[in-house]
Design a protein around this ligand. Structure first.
Ligand SMILES: Cc1cc2nc3c(=O)[nH]c(=O)nc-3n(C[C@H](O)[C@H](O)[C@H](O)COP(=O)(O)OP(=O)(O)OC[C@H]3O[C@@H](n4cnc5c(N)ncnc54)[C@H](O)[C@@H]3O)c2cc1C
Length: 418
Protein backbone atom coordinates (compact mmCIF):
# COMPACT_ATOMS: atom_id res chain seq x y z
CA UNK A 1 0.00 0.00 0.00
CA UNK A 2 1.24 3.46 -0.78
CA UNK A 3 1.04 6.39 1.62
CA UNK A 4 -0.88 9.58 0.91
CA UNK A 5 2.47 11.35 0.56
CA UNK A 6 3.48 8.92 -2.22
CA UNK A 7 0.13 9.42 -3.98
CA UNK A 8 0.65 13.17 -3.90
CA UNK A 9 4.20 12.78 -5.23
CA UNK A 10 3.49 10.33 -8.07
CA UNK A 11 -0.27 10.51 -8.63
CA UNK A 12 -1.80 7.70 -10.67
CA UNK A 13 1.65 6.53 -11.75
CA UNK A 14 1.27 4.35 -8.64
CA UNK A 15 -1.29 2.26 -10.54
CA UNK A 16 1.61 1.12 -12.74
CA UNK A 17 3.70 -1.71 -11.29
CA UNK A 18 7.35 -1.03 -10.57
CA UNK A 19 9.21 -3.97 -12.11
CA UNK A 20 12.23 -4.00 -9.86
CA UNK A 21 14.54 -6.77 -8.71
CA UNK A 22 14.07 -7.59 -5.03
CA UNK A 23 17.77 -7.02 -4.30
CA UNK A 24 18.31 -3.93 -6.49
CA UNK A 25 18.64 -1.48 -3.61
CA UNK A 26 21.55 -3.50 -2.13
CA UNK A 27 23.66 -3.01 -5.28
CA UNK A 28 27.06 -1.36 -5.10
CA UNK A 29 27.36 -1.23 -8.90
CA UNK A 30 24.23 -0.75 -11.02
CA UNK A 31 24.41 -1.43 -14.77
CA UNK A 32 21.73 0.34 -16.78
CA UNK A 33 21.10 -0.97 -20.30
CA UNK A 34 19.87 1.77 -22.67
CA UNK A 35 20.82 5.44 -22.90
CA UNK A 36 17.39 6.78 -23.85
CA UNK A 37 15.46 9.14 -21.57
CA UNK A 38 14.70 6.28 -19.18
CA UNK A 39 18.28 5.00 -18.74
CA UNK A 40 19.66 8.54 -18.45
CA UNK A 41 17.07 9.68 -15.89
CA UNK A 42 17.47 6.54 -13.78
CA UNK A 43 21.27 7.00 -13.98
CA UNK A 44 21.02 10.66 -12.98
CA UNK A 45 18.58 10.07 -10.11
CA UNK A 46 20.56 7.12 -8.71
CA UNK A 47 23.99 8.69 -9.12
CA UNK A 48 22.82 11.92 -7.43
CA UNK A 49 21.19 10.14 -4.51
CA UNK A 50 23.95 7.58 -3.93
CA UNK A 51 27.42 8.94 -4.82
CA UNK A 52 28.85 5.80 -3.14
CA UNK A 53 27.36 3.50 -5.81
CA UNK A 54 28.95 3.00 -9.24
CA UNK A 55 26.64 3.38 -12.20
CA UNK A 56 27.41 2.15 -15.71
CA UNK A 57 25.19 3.04 -18.66
CA UNK A 58 25.43 0.65 -21.61
CA UNK A 59 24.19 2.11 -24.91
CA UNK A 60 24.03 0.12 -28.14
CA UNK A 61 24.46 3.12 -30.45
CA UNK A 62 27.08 5.85 -30.27
CA UNK A 63 24.85 8.54 -28.81
CA UNK A 64 22.35 9.13 -26.05
CA UNK A 65 18.67 9.96 -26.49
CA UNK A 66 17.10 6.81 -27.99
CA UNK A 67 14.03 7.85 -29.97
CA UNK A 68 14.37 11.52 -28.94
CA UNK A 69 16.04 13.73 -31.52
CA UNK A 70 15.45 17.29 -32.71
CA UNK A 71 15.91 18.17 -36.39
CA UNK A 72 17.15 21.66 -37.22
CA UNK A 73 17.43 23.13 -40.71
CA UNK A 74 17.85 26.86 -41.28
CA UNK A 75 15.15 28.21 -38.95
CA UNK A 76 12.99 25.07 -39.04
CA UNK A 77 12.96 22.95 -35.85
CA UNK A 78 11.08 19.68 -35.38
CA UNK A 79 11.21 16.81 -32.91
CA UNK A 80 11.18 13.27 -34.23
CA UNK A 81 9.54 11.76 -31.15
CA UNK A 82 8.09 13.50 -28.10
CA UNK A 83 7.80 17.26 -28.67
CA UNK A 84 5.98 18.42 -25.52
CA UNK A 85 5.04 16.95 -22.17
CA UNK A 86 1.77 16.56 -20.35
CA UNK A 87 1.91 17.92 -16.84
CA UNK A 88 3.29 15.84 -13.99
CA UNK A 89 5.31 17.14 -11.03
CA UNK A 90 8.05 14.50 -11.63
CA UNK A 91 8.81 16.08 -15.03
CA UNK A 92 8.85 19.57 -13.54
CA UNK A 93 11.18 18.33 -10.76
CA UNK A 94 13.59 16.87 -13.32
CA UNK A 95 13.57 20.07 -15.38
CA UNK A 96 14.18 22.12 -12.25
CA UNK A 97 16.97 19.86 -10.94
CA UNK A 98 18.71 20.12 -14.33
CA UNK A 99 18.39 23.96 -14.19
CA UNK A 100 16.38 24.00 -17.42
CA UNK A 101 13.60 26.20 -16.03
CA UNK A 102 14.55 29.15 -18.26
CA UNK A 103 13.89 27.21 -21.47
CA UNK A 104 10.85 25.23 -20.32
CA UNK A 105 7.53 26.99 -20.93
CA UNK A 106 3.83 26.22 -21.31
CA UNK A 107 2.74 25.51 -24.85
CA UNK A 108 0.62 27.99 -26.81
CA UNK A 109 -2.86 28.00 -25.16
CA UNK A 110 -4.46 28.84 -28.54
CA UNK A 111 -3.26 25.55 -30.00
CA UNK A 112 -5.37 23.24 -27.83
CA UNK A 113 -7.85 21.92 -30.35
CA UNK A 114 -7.43 18.47 -31.86
CA UNK A 115 -9.35 17.04 -34.77
CA UNK A 116 -10.07 13.56 -36.08
CA UNK A 117 -10.44 13.11 -39.82
CA UNK A 118 -13.80 11.29 -39.98
CA UNK A 119 -15.36 10.39 -43.34
CA UNK A 120 -13.31 13.03 -45.12
CA UNK A 121 -14.19 15.82 -42.66
CA UNK A 122 -12.32 17.14 -39.62
CA UNK A 123 -14.26 16.49 -36.40
CA UNK A 124 -13.07 18.61 -33.46
CA UNK A 125 -12.60 16.57 -30.27
CA UNK A 126 -14.79 18.02 -27.50
CA UNK A 127 -17.64 16.97 -25.20
CA UNK A 128 -19.65 16.48 -28.42
CA UNK A 129 -17.35 13.54 -29.21
CA UNK A 130 -18.80 11.71 -26.21
CA UNK A 131 -22.26 12.22 -27.76
CA UNK A 132 -20.97 10.75 -31.03
CA UNK A 133 -19.68 7.69 -29.17
CA UNK A 134 -22.83 7.43 -27.05
CA UNK A 135 -22.36 8.32 -23.36
CA UNK A 136 -24.34 5.35 -22.03
CA UNK A 137 -22.54 2.84 -24.27
CA UNK A 138 -19.26 4.41 -23.24
CA UNK A 139 -20.12 4.24 -19.53
CA UNK A 140 -21.12 0.56 -19.86
CA UNK A 141 -17.90 -0.35 -21.66
CA UNK A 142 -15.71 1.55 -19.18
CA UNK A 143 -17.34 -0.34 -16.28
CA UNK A 144 -16.96 -3.60 -18.24
CA UNK A 145 -13.25 -2.86 -18.86
CA UNK A 146 -12.57 -2.99 -15.12
CA UNK A 147 -12.42 -6.78 -15.38
CA UNK A 148 -8.97 -6.12 -16.90
CA UNK A 149 -7.06 -7.14 -20.03
CA UNK A 150 -9.37 -5.32 -22.49
CA UNK A 151 -8.40 -3.70 -25.77
CA UNK A 152 -8.92 0.07 -26.13
CA UNK A 153 -11.54 -0.73 -28.81
CA UNK A 154 -13.65 -2.38 -26.10
CA UNK A 155 -13.46 0.68 -23.85
CA UNK A 156 -14.08 3.30 -26.53
CA UNK A 157 -16.90 1.84 -28.61
CA UNK A 158 -16.37 4.01 -31.72
CA UNK A 159 -13.88 2.29 -34.00
CA UNK A 160 -12.54 5.34 -35.86
CA UNK A 161 -12.22 7.60 -32.81
CA UNK A 162 -10.60 4.80 -30.79
CA UNK A 163 -8.20 4.01 -33.65
CA UNK A 164 -7.34 7.68 -34.09
CA UNK A 165 -6.46 7.94 -30.43
CA UNK A 166 -4.26 4.84 -30.24
CA UNK A 167 -2.59 5.56 -33.60
CA UNK A 168 -1.71 9.01 -32.26
CA UNK A 169 -0.24 7.59 -29.08
CA UNK A 170 1.27 4.21 -30.01
CA UNK A 171 1.05 3.88 -33.82
CA UNK A 172 -1.35 0.94 -33.59
CA UNK A 173 -5.09 0.40 -34.00
CA UNK A 174 -7.26 0.21 -30.89
CA UNK A 175 -8.03 -3.53 -31.07
CA UNK A 176 -4.30 -4.20 -30.58
CA UNK A 177 -3.69 -1.88 -27.62
CA UNK A 178 -4.09 -2.70 -23.93
CA UNK A 179 -6.55 -0.37 -22.20
CA UNK A 180 -4.99 -1.02 -18.76
CA UNK A 181 -1.61 0.14 -20.05
CA UNK A 182 -2.93 3.26 -21.75
CA UNK A 183 -5.57 4.34 -19.22
CA UNK A 184 -5.03 2.53 -15.90
CA UNK A 185 -7.06 5.17 -14.02
CA UNK A 186 -10.04 4.62 -16.30
CA UNK A 187 -9.92 0.83 -16.07
CA UNK A 188 -8.95 1.04 -12.36
CA UNK A 189 -5.89 -1.12 -12.81
CA UNK A 190 -3.67 -1.43 -9.72
CA UNK A 191 -4.12 0.09 -6.26
CA UNK A 192 -6.66 2.82 -5.55
CA UNK A 193 -5.75 6.06 -3.78
CA UNK A 194 -6.62 6.35 -0.06
CA UNK A 195 -8.68 9.53 -0.60
CA UNK A 196 -10.68 10.90 -3.53
CA UNK A 197 -8.61 11.24 -6.71
CA UNK A 198 -9.77 14.84 -7.18
CA UNK A 199 -8.35 15.73 -3.73
CA UNK A 200 -5.02 14.13 -4.63
CA UNK A 201 -4.89 16.07 -7.89
CA UNK A 202 -5.52 19.28 -5.97
CA UNK A 203 -2.68 18.50 -3.55
CA UNK A 204 -0.37 17.57 -6.46
CA UNK A 205 -0.94 20.98 -8.01
CA UNK A 206 0.78 22.63 -5.03
CA UNK A 207 3.96 20.59 -5.54
CA UNK A 208 5.02 21.82 -9.00
CA UNK A 209 8.32 23.70 -8.99
CA UNK A 210 8.93 26.41 -11.66
CA UNK A 211 5.26 27.08 -12.58
CA UNK A 212 1.89 25.45 -12.02
CA UNK A 213 0.58 24.21 -15.35
CA UNK A 214 -2.99 25.01 -16.40
CA UNK A 215 -5.39 22.05 -16.61
CA UNK A 216 -4.83 20.01 -19.79
CA UNK A 217 -1.88 22.13 -20.91
CA UNK A 218 1.43 20.96 -22.33
CA UNK A 219 4.94 22.32 -21.90
CA UNK A 220 8.05 22.15 -24.05
CA UNK A 221 11.64 23.30 -24.39
CA UNK A 222 13.04 26.12 -26.51
CA UNK A 223 14.90 24.36 -29.27
CA UNK A 224 13.16 20.98 -28.82
CA UNK A 225 13.32 17.88 -26.62
CA UNK A 226 16.94 17.12 -27.38
CA UNK A 227 17.76 19.88 -24.93
CA UNK A 228 16.62 17.55 -22.09
CA UNK A 229 18.89 14.77 -23.36
CA UNK A 230 21.82 17.20 -23.72
CA UNK A 231 21.35 18.42 -20.14
CA UNK A 232 21.20 14.86 -18.76
CA UNK A 233 24.28 13.83 -20.82
CA UNK A 234 26.36 16.75 -19.62
CA UNK A 235 25.44 16.34 -15.95
CA UNK A 236 26.14 12.56 -16.11
CA UNK A 237 29.51 13.22 -17.78
CA UNK A 238 30.56 15.23 -14.73
CA UNK A 239 29.47 12.69 -12.13
CA UNK A 240 32.52 10.76 -10.87
CA UNK A 241 30.50 7.61 -10.07
CA UNK A 242 29.05 7.30 -13.61
CA UNK A 243 30.69 5.58 -16.57
CA UNK A 244 29.32 5.01 -20.06
CA UNK A 245 29.88 2.26 -22.63
CA UNK A 246 28.76 3.34 -26.10
CA UNK A 247 28.40 0.94 -29.04
CA UNK A 248 27.75 -2.08 -26.82
CA UNK A 249 24.66 -4.04 -27.78
CA UNK A 250 23.62 -6.01 -24.69
CA UNK A 251 22.45 -9.53 -25.54
CA UNK A 252 20.55 -10.21 -22.33
CA UNK A 253 20.46 -9.13 -18.67
CA UNK A 254 22.39 -12.31 -17.78
CA UNK A 255 25.17 -11.50 -20.29
CA UNK A 256 25.41 -7.96 -18.88
CA UNK A 257 25.62 -9.24 -15.30
CA UNK A 258 28.42 -11.61 -16.33
CA UNK A 259 30.37 -9.00 -18.32
CA UNK A 260 30.33 -6.42 -15.52
CA UNK A 261 30.64 -9.00 -12.75
CA UNK A 262 27.54 -7.82 -10.92
CA UNK A 263 24.61 -9.84 -9.60
CA UNK A 264 21.69 -10.09 -12.04
CA UNK A 265 19.66 -8.02 -9.54
CA UNK A 266 21.97 -5.03 -10.25
CA UNK A 267 20.97 -4.88 -13.94
CA UNK A 268 18.35 -2.28 -14.96
CA UNK A 269 17.05 -3.17 -18.43
CA UNK A 270 15.37 -0.13 -20.07
CA UNK A 271 14.89 -1.59 -23.56
CA UNK A 272 12.07 -3.84 -24.83
CA UNK A 273 12.71 -7.56 -24.25
CA UNK A 274 13.49 -9.51 -27.40
CA UNK A 275 10.94 -12.09 -26.29
CA UNK A 276 8.28 -9.34 -25.99
CA UNK A 277 5.67 -8.37 -28.58
CA UNK A 278 7.10 -7.12 -31.92
CA UNK A 279 7.25 -3.33 -32.24
CA UNK A 280 5.54 -1.23 -34.93
CA UNK A 281 7.38 1.37 -36.99
CA UNK A 282 6.68 4.67 -38.69
CA UNK A 283 8.34 7.44 -40.68
CA UNK A 284 8.35 11.06 -39.59
CA UNK A 285 8.21 13.94 -42.09
CA UNK A 286 8.25 17.72 -41.78
CA UNK A 287 6.32 19.92 -44.18
CA UNK A 288 6.40 23.73 -44.15
CA UNK A 289 4.33 26.47 -45.80
CA UNK A 290 4.16 30.21 -46.09
CA UNK A 291 1.38 31.45 -43.78
CA UNK A 292 -0.70 32.88 -46.60
CA UNK A 293 -0.74 29.54 -48.41
CA UNK A 294 -2.09 27.61 -45.43
CA UNK A 295 -4.50 30.08 -43.81
CA UNK A 296 -7.38 27.59 -44.22
CA UNK A 297 -5.78 25.32 -41.56
CA UNK A 298 -6.97 26.43 -38.11
CA UNK A 299 -4.43 26.96 -35.34
CA UNK A 300 -4.42 23.86 -33.14
CA UNK A 301 -2.52 20.85 -31.86
CA UNK A 302 -3.18 18.55 -34.79
CA UNK A 303 -5.35 16.10 -36.69
CA UNK A 304 -5.51 12.33 -36.35
CA UNK A 305 -6.30 10.28 -39.44
CA UNK A 306 -7.68 6.80 -38.67
CA UNK A 307 -8.50 6.02 -42.35
CA UNK A 308 -6.00 3.29 -43.24
CA UNK A 309 -6.34 4.07 -46.97
CA UNK A 310 -4.35 7.26 -46.39
CA UNK A 311 -0.59 7.02 -45.71
CA UNK A 312 -0.64 9.67 -42.96
CA UNK A 313 -2.03 8.80 -39.50
CA UNK A 314 -1.45 12.17 -37.88
CA UNK A 315 -0.49 15.79 -38.57
CA UNK A 316 0.95 17.85 -35.72
CA UNK A 317 0.94 21.64 -35.98
CA UNK A 318 4.49 22.04 -34.74
CA UNK A 319 4.77 25.79 -35.21
CA UNK A 320 1.38 26.37 -33.49
CA UNK A 321 1.99 24.23 -30.41
CA UNK A 322 5.15 25.59 -28.79
CA UNK A 323 5.95 28.88 -27.11
CA UNK A 324 9.25 28.96 -29.03
CA UNK A 325 9.66 29.39 -32.79
CA UNK A 326 9.74 26.28 -34.98
CA UNK A 327 9.52 27.94 -38.41
CA UNK A 328 10.97 31.04 -40.10
CA UNK A 329 8.95 34.27 -39.75
CA UNK A 330 5.75 34.12 -41.82
CA UNK A 331 5.78 30.31 -42.08
CA UNK A 332 4.11 27.30 -40.44
CA UNK A 333 5.53 23.84 -39.84
CA UNK A 334 3.64 20.53 -39.63
CA UNK A 335 4.90 17.07 -38.64
CA UNK A 336 3.53 14.01 -40.41
CA UNK A 337 3.33 10.52 -38.94
CA UNK A 338 3.38 7.69 -41.50
CA UNK A 339 2.89 4.13 -40.15
CA UNK A 340 4.83 1.52 -42.12
CA UNK A 341 1.73 -0.67 -41.96
CA UNK A 342 0.25 1.85 -44.47
CA UNK A 343 3.21 2.87 -46.62
CA UNK A 344 6.99 2.76 -46.55
CA UNK A 345 9.58 4.56 -48.70
CA UNK A 346 7.03 6.31 -50.95
CA UNK A 347 7.75 9.95 -50.14
CA UNK A 348 5.82 11.29 -53.12
CA UNK A 349 2.63 9.59 -51.94
CA UNK A 350 3.11 11.08 -48.45
CA UNK A 351 3.63 14.55 -49.89
CA UNK A 352 0.52 14.31 -52.08
CA UNK A 353 -1.56 13.11 -49.11
CA UNK A 354 -0.25 15.98 -46.94
CA UNK A 355 -1.20 18.47 -49.66
CA UNK A 356 -4.67 16.91 -49.85
CA UNK A 357 -5.26 16.89 -46.07
CA UNK A 358 -3.86 20.39 -45.54
CA UNK A 359 -5.63 21.76 -48.60
CA UNK A 360 -2.57 23.35 -50.19
CA UNK A 361 0.13 22.07 -52.54
CA UNK A 362 2.37 25.14 -52.11
CA UNK A 363 4.72 23.62 -49.49
CA UNK A 364 8.15 25.27 -49.30
CA UNK A 365 9.89 22.44 -47.45
CA UNK A 366 9.24 18.69 -47.30
CA UNK A 367 11.71 16.50 -45.47
CA UNK A 368 11.86 12.88 -44.31
CA UNK A 369 13.26 13.24 -40.76
CA UNK A 370 13.70 9.58 -39.92
CA UNK A 371 12.02 6.37 -38.81
CA UNK A 372 11.05 5.20 -35.34
CA UNK A 373 10.08 1.91 -33.69
CA UNK A 374 7.38 1.92 -31.06
CA UNK A 375 6.91 -0.94 -28.56
CA UNK A 376 3.63 -2.85 -28.81
CA UNK A 377 1.21 -3.10 -25.92
CA UNK A 378 -1.26 -5.87 -26.83
CA UNK A 379 -4.38 -6.40 -24.68
CA UNK A 380 -3.34 -7.97 -21.37
CA UNK A 381 0.15 -6.39 -21.54
CA UNK A 382 -0.12 -4.65 -18.17
CA UNK A 383 -1.37 -7.81 -16.47
CA UNK A 384 1.44 -9.86 -18.03
CA UNK A 385 4.28 -7.50 -17.12
CA UNK A 386 2.91 -7.21 -13.57
CA UNK A 387 3.70 -10.89 -13.10
CA UNK A 388 7.36 -10.42 -14.02
CA UNK A 389 10.15 -12.41 -12.50
CA UNK A 390 12.02 -10.14 -10.13
CA UNK A 391 15.57 -11.32 -10.89
CA UNK A 392 16.43 -8.05 -12.71
CA UNK A 393 14.79 -4.63 -13.10
CA UNK A 394 12.78 -3.60 -16.16
CA UNK A 395 12.04 0.02 -16.97
CA UNK A 396 11.53 2.36 -19.94
CA UNK A 397 8.53 2.91 -22.16
CA UNK A 398 7.92 -0.76 -22.94
CA UNK A 399 7.06 -1.20 -19.25
CA UNK A 400 6.53 2.13 -17.53
CA UNK A 401 3.93 3.65 -19.86
CA UNK A 402 4.25 5.30 -23.25
CA UNK A 403 4.82 8.92 -22.30
CA UNK A 404 7.83 10.64 -20.85
CA UNK A 405 5.79 11.45 -17.73
CA UNK A 406 5.74 7.69 -17.00
CA UNK A 407 9.42 7.18 -17.79
CA UNK A 408 10.52 10.12 -15.62
CA UNK A 409 8.24 9.29 -12.68
CA UNK A 410 9.41 5.67 -12.84
CA UNK A 411 13.06 6.77 -12.58
CA UNK A 412 12.25 8.73 -9.41
CA UNK A 413 10.35 5.80 -7.92
CA UNK A 414 13.32 3.49 -8.58
CA UNK A 415 15.82 5.92 -7.02
CA UNK A 416 13.52 6.36 -4.00
CA UNK A 417 14.15 2.68 -3.13
CA UNK A 418 17.84 3.37 -2.45
C1 LIG B 1 7.05 9.32 -32.91
C2 LIG B 1 6.99 9.40 -31.42
C3 LIG B 1 6.17 10.33 -30.80
C4 LIG B 1 6.13 10.43 -29.41
N1 LIG B 1 5.34 11.40 -28.85
C5 LIG B 1 5.30 11.53 -27.51
C6 LIG B 1 4.54 12.57 -26.89
O1 LIG B 1 3.91 13.39 -27.56
N2 LIG B 1 4.55 12.67 -25.53
C7 LIG B 1 5.27 11.80 -24.75
O2 LIG B 1 5.27 11.96 -23.53
N3 LIG B 1 6.00 10.80 -25.30
C8 LIG B 1 6.02 10.64 -26.65
N4 LIG B 1 6.79 9.66 -27.21
C9 LIG B 1 7.41 8.66 -26.33
C10 LIG B 1 8.73 9.09 -25.70
O3 LIG B 1 9.58 9.58 -26.69
C11 LIG B 1 9.29 7.88 -24.96
O4 LIG B 1 8.45 7.59 -23.85
C12 LIG B 1 10.70 7.99 -24.41
O5 LIG B 1 11.55 8.74 -25.21
C13 LIG B 1 11.24 6.56 -24.24
O6 LIG B 1 12.53 6.55 -23.68
P1 LIG B 1 13.22 5.17 -23.33
O7 LIG B 1 14.54 5.48 -22.76
O8 LIG B 1 12.29 4.33 -22.52
O9 LIG B 1 13.36 4.37 -24.71
P2 LIG B 1 14.27 4.65 -26.01
O10 LIG B 1 14.25 6.06 -26.37
O11 LIG B 1 13.79 3.64 -27.03
O12 LIG B 1 15.75 4.28 -25.55
C14 LIG B 1 16.26 2.97 -25.52
C15 LIG B 1 17.77 3.07 -25.72
O13 LIG B 1 18.32 1.77 -25.56
C16 LIG B 1 19.24 1.52 -26.62
N5 LIG B 1 19.23 0.05 -26.81
C17 LIG B 1 18.26 -0.70 -27.35
N6 LIG B 1 18.57 -2.01 -27.31
C18 LIG B 1 19.78 -2.07 -26.69
C19 LIG B 1 20.63 -3.15 -26.31
N7 LIG B 1 20.28 -4.43 -26.52
N8 LIG B 1 21.82 -2.87 -25.71
C20 LIG B 1 22.18 -1.57 -25.47
N9 LIG B 1 21.39 -0.52 -25.78
C21 LIG B 1 20.21 -0.77 -26.38
C22 LIG B 1 18.70 2.29 -27.79
O14 LIG B 1 19.75 2.59 -28.73
C23 LIG B 1 18.18 3.56 -27.10
O15 LIG B 1 19.16 4.55 -26.98
C24 LIG B 1 6.89 9.55 -28.61
C25 LIG B 1 7.72 8.60 -29.22
C26 LIG B 1 7.78 8.52 -30.62
C27 LIG B 1 8.70 7.53 -31.28
Amino acid sequence: MYSLEEWVRYGDELRRPLLIADELSYSTHVVIVGGGLSGLTIGYRLASKRPDINITIVEGSNEFGGVIKTWNHDEWTCDLAVNATRSHPAVWRLVDDLSLGDVFMPSNPDAKHRWVHLKGEPHRLSWRTALKIGPLRMRRSVIESRKGGCAVSEVLPHELIADAMTLGIVNDTSAHVDADFLFPSLTRFGPNPPIKWSSIKKKMRDTYPLFTPKKGSLASFDGGMECLIDALSSVLKNMPNVSVEFGMHAESPEAVAEKFKVPLSSVVWTVPMESGPPSTSLSIFAIGYRMEDISNVKVGYGTLVPDTNLPISGILHESDIHHSKRAPEGHRLFRLMVPHSRVKDNHQLVKECAHQLLGSSKSVIFQHLGDREIPSYPPGHMERISQHDSSFTRAGWAFSGVSITHVIAEAERIAALF
